[in-house]
Design a protein around this ligand. Structure first.
Ligand SMILES: Cc1cc2nc3c(=O)[nH]c(=O)nc-3n(C[C@H](O)[C@H](O)[C@H](O)COP(=O)(O)OP(=O)(O)OC[C@H]3O[C@@H](n4cnc5c(N)ncnc54)[C@H](O)[C@@H]3O)c2cc1C
Length: 533
């Protein structure tokens, strides 16, 4: 350790308690596991047990010129998990700050500390009988609401864009001073919680995808759970129907804003990854599922080339009317258009369990997954999406809660924005289908509507992390997808820590501005160096 670091560690031990300053081998043992194979030199980690201590902890870092890297729950799986963007940063773990500071039951606004997870908010809402939805993601109940919103993550509930629902923010800056939004500072805390833009220049955005400050509290608007929640499932029986399907999806969103949440379109590979075990032992020379086997598994599991999944929210009458509109709009393009409420999926799962043999088992599994998906759509977090990360992990999952990084899964995301133009979507899909298999990766594609203008696609690269060559292939694949994607107008909405350095070369002036702002506040090393800059 450098002399500066020694002195900072001694000061932190006095401030936080010696047990809360983690050193040596314990640091990688707790924070070093990462599904995307990122390794960093992390000299220490601080566990902050009291929010009052955050500013002093950051002041110490500033005084001794030690770089720090804040985390909420540190489950940024597929993007670097808890690993900082650069070597030699001290992790500031805020997961123990898990108080729900304020809840407005009438208007549905919650103010949380960094360690409050989706699961904790779900319990709080249930226990209080508050009929609001948790802004869930596929990452499950043990992930931070605040960490996800700062990364501008998204989900399937009506407030799809999680940072979009964030109003007030409080953060500690790199010199230990405290930022509060202008409206709150001017004595209008209630309004600051309700109105995103506050007054004056919009500064809250500076704290997202940046590490510009250590965010210690955040207010989030929650969507009220409506009278009726349904999902619409549909299929495209031919890959050639992708282009018209994109146009119909756009038409649905334009006709039914506010009633239809997000619409997901998934290719057969992606749906198989949720429905069927990975067919080890039947792979081709590239170590991938042969094309004919994908087709026969599709027949076996009743999965057509594309599957659509839309969410509907409203009163019973509005949802019923929306169903009719959707059916009409998808006519001639989609087949097997089905609508389910949670109660219907639970009944289906029960009936399926009475059907004997493999057909019954398969149907029961599908109905069970559907019921879990409806739970998610209703704003109740669960782990139903997490098995995806385990698909190509040959070691079986044993335990209660899934944690892909802890469990040695290999996962990286390529998550680009894709304009909602049919020809461009086709170019994007063909590009992924070409690039992924060349690098030994299954082409798993989801397109999620962020609006009627743009999709976000998530392409998970799942691989066996215990095989060095697969990790290298996944890295090369991610780079290639990024390069080829940007050449056709698709660029990530979010990247992992290993891609930050390259990202900053793509927008040098924007990176420089952020660096100048940081330097103006605290000359020296600063907070989360290299993160999105
Ligand atoms: C199968 C699967 C499905 C997934 N589905 C989704 C999905 O649907 N939507 C989605 O968005 N993600 C998804 N993820 C990705 C990821 O796991 C989640 O986004 C997760 O919520 C991020 O981890 P976290 O909440 O622990 O945040 P953290 O890891 O704590 O935070 C993320 C980053 O934000 C910054 N940060 C965190 N807290 C602070 C703070 N207090 N102050 C300053 N900076 C901070 C840090 O740089 C940190 O690295 C999925 C992952 C898997 C494996």
């Amino acid at each position: 350790m450098s002399a500066n670091l020694d002195e900072a560690v001694a000061a932190w031990q006095t401030l936080l308690g010696a047990d809360q300053v983690i050193l040596g081998e314990a640091v990688p043992a707790i924070y070093g596991m990462d599904a995307s194979g990122v390794e960093r030199r992390v000299p220490a980690a601080l566990r902050v047990l009291n929010v009052e201590l955050v500013a002093d902890a950051i002041r110490i870092a500033h005084q001794y010129r030690v770089a720090v890297y804040p985390l909420s729950t540190g489950h940024n799986w597929g993007y670097g998990t808890a690993m900082p963007a650069q070597d030699d940063c001290v992790i500031v773990d805020l997961s123990a700050l898990n108080r729900i500071l304020h809840f407005d039951a009438g208007l549905g606004v919650v103010t949380v500390e960094p360690g409050v997870t989706q699961g904790m908010l779900a319990r709080f809402l249930d226990e209080g009988g508050h009929d609001y939805m948790v802004p869930v993601t596929g990452a499950g109940p043990n992930c931070s609401l605040l960490g996800n919103a700062l990364e501008r993550g998204y989900g399937v509930t009506p407030y799809t864009d999680h940072f979009g629902a964030v109003t007030d923010i409080e953060a500690v800056l790199a010199d230990g001073s405290v930022y509060r939004s202008a409206l709150r500072e001017a004595g209008n805390e209630d309004l600051a919680r309700l109105f995103k833009w506050g007054i004056g220049p919009y500064l809250n955005g500076l704290f997202t995808q940046s590490g510009f400050g250590v965010v210690t509290r955040m207010s989030i608007l929650l969507a009220k759970r409506p009278e009726s929640i349904k999902v619409c499932l549909f299929s495209l029986k031919d890959d050639a129907l992708l282009e018209p399907a994109v146009e119909r999806i756009q038409a649905i969103l334009r006709k039914l804003p506010g009633t239809v949440g997000a619409i997901n379109l998934m290719n057969r590979h992606r749906v198989l990854a949720m429905s069927a075990p990975y067919p080890w032992g039947q792979l081709d020379a590239r170590g991938l599922i042969p094309v004919e086997l994908v087709e026969s598994m599709g027949r076996q599991y009743q999965i057509l080339p594309w599957t659509g999944f839309a969410t509907l929210y409203g009163t019973q009458r509005i949802v019923a009317a929306a169903q009719a509109e959707i059916r009409q709009t998808l006519k001639g393009v989609a087949s097997r258009v089905l609508f389910f409420s949670e109660a219907q999926t639970l009944r289906l799962a029960k009936w399926a369990s009475w059907i004997p043999g493999q057909t019954g088992q398969r149907l029961a599994k599908t109905a069970g997954t559907l019921a879990k998906s409806l739970e998610l759509v209703g704003g109740r977090p669960n782990e139903t999406a997490l098995p995806l990360a385990y698909w190509r992990n040959p070691r079986p999952f044993i335990g209660e809660h899934r944690d892909p990084s802890r469990d040695g899964c290999g996962l990286m995301w390529f998550a680009p924005l894709v304009p909602m133009r049919a020809d461009g979507v086709r170019r994007f899909v063909e590009m992924v289908k070409e690039v992924a298999p060349k690098h030994g990766m299954e082409p798993l594609i989801t397109l999620t509507t962020l609006s009627d203008k743009v999709f976000d696609s998530t392409v998970p690269l799942v691989f066996d992390l215990s095989k060095e060559e697969q990790l290298d292939q996944a890295r090369a694949c991610r780079k290639q997808l990024w390069h080829r994607g940007s050449s056709i107008g698709c660029f990530p909405y979010r990247v992992g820590v290993d891609d930050m350095a390259e990202l900053s070369t793509r927008h040098p002036a924007a990176s420089e501005l952020l660096a100048k702002l940081q330097q103006a506040i605290a000359p020296g090393i600063g907070l989360a160096p290299g993160r999105y800059r």
